[in-house]
Design a protein around this ligand. Sequence first.
Ligand SMILES: Nc1ncnc2c1ncn2[C@@H]1O[C@H](COP(=O)(O)OP(=O)(O)OP(=O)(O)O)[C@@H](O)[C@H]1O
Length: 985
Amino acid sequence: MASRSSRQSYSHNHNNGSSSSSSSSSSTTTSSSSSSAPSRTTVGHAQPAHNNSGRPKPPSATSRRSVTPNSRTQSFHSDQEPRRVRVAIRLRPRNAEDLLLDADFSDCVELQPELKRLKLSKNNWSSESYRFDEVFTETASQKRVYEVVAKPVVESVLNGYNGTVMAYGQTGTGKTYTVGRLGKEDASERGIMVRALEDIIASTSPASDSVEVSYLQLYMESIQDLLAPEKTNIPINEDPKTGVVSLPGATVVRVQDLDHFLQLLQVGEANRHAANTKMNTESSRSHAILMVHIRRSVHEKGNDEIDSQEKGTKSDLFDGNGIPIVRKSKLLIVDLAGSERIDKSGSEGLLLEEAKFINLSLSSLGKCINALAENSSHIPTRDSKLTRLLRDSFGGSARTSLIVTIGPSARHHAETASTIMFGQRAMKIVNMVKLKEEFDYESLSRKLEGQVDHLTAEIERQQKLRDDDKYKLEKQLRECHDSLAEARKVLVTRSEFLEKENIHLETEMKGILNELNHQKDLNNLTQDKVAKLEMSLKHSEQHQLENSTYQKVLADTTQMYEKKMAELIKQIEDERAHSESAEEQLALMKKLLSEHQKSAQGQKEIDELALKLQEMYQLHENTLSELQSLKSENKDLLLQKEKLNEELHSVKQRLLEQEKQRKGIENELIKLKRAVPENENDFEDKKSYMKEELSKGSSEFGNRMGSYRSTPLRENISGQRATIAKICEEVGLQKILQLLTSEDSDVQVHAVKVVANLAAEDINQKRIVEEGGLDALLMLLRSSENTTILRVASGAIANLAMNEMNQALIMDKGGALLLAKTAFKTDDPQTLRMVAGALANLCGNEKLLTVLKEDGGIKALLGMVRSGSSDVIAQVARGLANFAKCESRGVIQGHRIGRSLLIDDGALTWLIANSNTNSASTRRHVELALCHLAQNKDNAKDIISSGGVKVLIRISVESSREDIRNLAEKMLRLNPSLQADMHAR
Ligand SMILES: Nc1ncnc2c1ncn2[C@@H]1O[C@H](COP(=O)(O)OP(=O)(O)OP(=O)(O)O)[C@@H](O)[C@H]1O
C-alpha cells in the first residue's frame, strides 16, 4: 500500500507529463446495462522522484544512485506509467451441493464474457451489471487464467518491477484451485504459483541470476513459516526510508529447478495442512503467501558510460567489459482466506475467533482499497498484518492483478455481491511501478578477484614453463659442453697420433730417400720395390688429406655449438626480462584493485553522507508537511464544527416534529381503543380518519418514490431500498399494508411498490406475511384491474414464493388459483413474467405439486407462452423443470408413482417442441425437465410416442452443460424402454 507522501509525490510527477494509459470502465445498471468510466485515481510509488514541495529529491543514497537521471532513468521513463490494478472474475462450475440444493436451477450470475460483463440477479425482476477486465466462465482453463491474469505480472517482475497476484472470494469458490494447484497428475491443472515459477525459471540463468522463495501463512494475525513450521509469529520489517517490506526471520530457499520448487510447495502444503489440523481448523481460514525474490544480472555498463575520471584506469582494466548491473524484484502470490460473513457461517468458539481475525484482515484490506481507490490522504495499512505485509506490493510501486472467484448459487447472493463490489473498488486503484536496478559492486569485486587469481595462476604457470625450459636448455648446454670436450679430446688424440705417424712417415721417407739415393747410387733397385714405395707414399698423402678434412669438420661443429649456446643464452635472458615485466604487471593490477576497493569504500562514505543529507532533508520536509496538514486539519475541524452545529439544529427540529407525530399517533391509539366497542358510526368515522392519515402518508411516499426515481438508477438500488426501509420504519409496515386497500389507485400503486421492494429482502418477508401483507397482495390480484398493480403485486408474491415457508401459505390462501386467473386475464408481458416467476417458484415445492396442478398452475404456465416474450417463456421452462425435478425426486425416494402430472396438460409436447430453442436459459431448463421426466419409468411410453428419445440423444451429445449431457446419457442408459427404443432406431 502506498504511503501518503509517496502518493502526493507521484501526483506531482504525473502532472508534470508522465503519460497515462489507464482506460478501464466499470458500471452497474439495474434492469438495463449502461457503462461509465470509473473515477481514476493515481497513487504513488515507494521511491518518488519529487518531494512534496515539487523540488527534485536528492539522489538516493543506496548504490541505486548510479542509475543517473540523464542516462538510465530516461530510458525507463515509459515503463513508469501508472498502471491500474487489473481485476478478473472467475466463476466456479456447479458442485454437487449446488446441484442438490438449488432446486429451481436458477443461478444468481450470468456471464457475458464477450462484453467482459457479469449480470448479478437478486430476484426475478432485478439484476445489476458489472464490467471487469476479464470474465472467466466455468469452463475457462487454468492455462488461460494464468496467461491473462498472472503472466503479464510475471513478465514485469522478470523486467525488474515488483508484482502481486492475489485471489479473493468466498470459501469454496476456487481461490486455491486457481492459485495453488500443483497439478501433479495432470500438468494442465497447474495453478498460478507453479506456472509463474515455470516461466521465471525458464527466463533466468542459474549462472548469473538467482530465484529465491519464501512460503508463509498468516493465521490469526501470526505469520508462520510454511517451509520451517517451528518459526511462528515472524515479525514484519518495514524500511522507513525505502518503504520496502521484508520478513528477516522467514526461510529463504534458492530454487534450482521446477522439480525443486514443486517439492518446496508440497512441503509448504503439508505444513499448512499439519498446522491447520493441529489448530483444528481448515485451509480456508488462513492466508497463504508465496514470496519470490528475483535477482537478475541484466547487462554491463559500457565504457562510454563510465565517467571520465574512472575511464583512464578502468578501460584498461576491463578491456571493454563494463560494470555489472542487477535488477531486484519481488513477486507476491497470495491465496486469501474465505470472505464469508460471520453471521451467516454461524461460527462459535475458535471458529468465531478465526472469523474475526479474517474479518479484521480482509476488512482492513477493503478499507485500504477504498482509500486507495478514492485517493484518500490516509491509507490505513497498519490496521492488520495482511495490509502491512502488502504495503509495498498492492497499490504502490508494484504491478497488481486480482482474481475474484465466485460461485453460481443464488443461496450465496449476498456474499457474491460483496465479493463483486470488492473487485469493482480494486479496479479503481492505479499503481506507479518502479524499476529497481543497482550496480553490482559485489559481483564486480568478485569478478576482479577472479581475474587477479586467474592472472596469478597464469603467471605461475608460465614461470613454471620457463623454469622447465631453462632446465632443459641448461641440460642441453651441459651436454653440448661434454660433447665438445669429448670431441676436443678425440681431436687431440688423433692429432697426436697423426703427428706421430707423420714423423714416423717422414723418418721412413727420409730412410727410403736415403735408400733410393743409395739405390740410385747403386743404380738398379728392382721395379716392384720402387712401386711399393710409391704406393706407401700415396697412402700417406691420403691420410694427410683426411686429417685436414676432419680438422675442418671439427672446427665447423665447434662453431655451430658455440652459436647455439649464444642463442640459448639470449633466449634465457629474454625469458627473464619477460618474467620481470609480467611481475610488474601483476603488481600494477594488485595496486589498481586495492585502489578500486578504496574508491568503492570512498563511494560508500559519500553515499552515507548523501543518506544523512536526505534524512535531514526529509525531516525538514516532513515537519513542513505536518505543519501544513495541521493547518488544514484545523481548518477542516472548524468547518466540521459549523456543519455539526447546523446538523444539531436540524436534528432538534426533526425531533420536535417527530414528537408531534408521536403525540398524534398516541391520541389516535386512544381514540381507536375507544372505538372498538362502540357503534357502527363511530367505526366509520374512525376509518375515514385513518384513510385521511394514510393518504397523507401516501403522498409522502409518492414524493419520496418520485425523488428516488429521479436519481440515476444504477447508483441507487441499495439507496432506494434504504429509503424504503426508512419509510417503512417511520410510517410503520401496518400502515403501508393498509394503504393497499386504499380506494385511490395512485395510493395503491405507491403502496404495492413499497411492499414489493420490501418483499425483495429476505429479512422482511416473514413480517410482511405475519402482518397480513400476503392477504392484501392476493386481494389486489383478485380485485384490481390496474396493470401496474397486477404486475407489481405478482412480483411481490413471486419474491415471497422464493421462501419455502411461504409457498404452502400462498397455496392455502388460493394463491395458485389467483395467479392462474391473472395469467389468463392479462396480456402484459411484464405481468406475465412475474406471474410465471411466482408459479415457477411454487413448482419447486414437492408437497404442493398435486394442488398446484389442480388449481390450474401448469395450464396457466403453458398458456402464458402465447405472449411470445422470451423472458416469460424462460420462467415457464424454469417452472416445468422445477416441477419435473420434484417429481423425479419423489419417484427416487419411493413416495410418488405413475406418469407425470405434467403430461396431461401438454407440457411434454411443449418441452419437446422447444428443446432446440435459441434462448440459452430456456433451453437449459427444457433439457433438465426432459431429463427428469425420463427418470420416471412410467413416463417412458409418452416420451417414446412423442419422439422424446431422439431429443434426449441429442441432449446427451449437444447440451452446452456437461452435467446435463451426463444426466441425459444416464437416463437413456438406465431406462430399459428408452434403451430399447434407442437401439430400434
Ligand atoms: N474452476 C474450477 N474448475 C473445477 N473445479 C473447481 C474450480 N474452482 C474450484 N473447484 C473445486 O472446488 C472446490 C473448492 O475449491 P478451492 O478449495 O480452490 O476453494 P477456495 O476458494 O480456495 O476455498 P477455501 O477458501 O475454503 O480455501 C475444490 O474441490 C476445487 O477442486
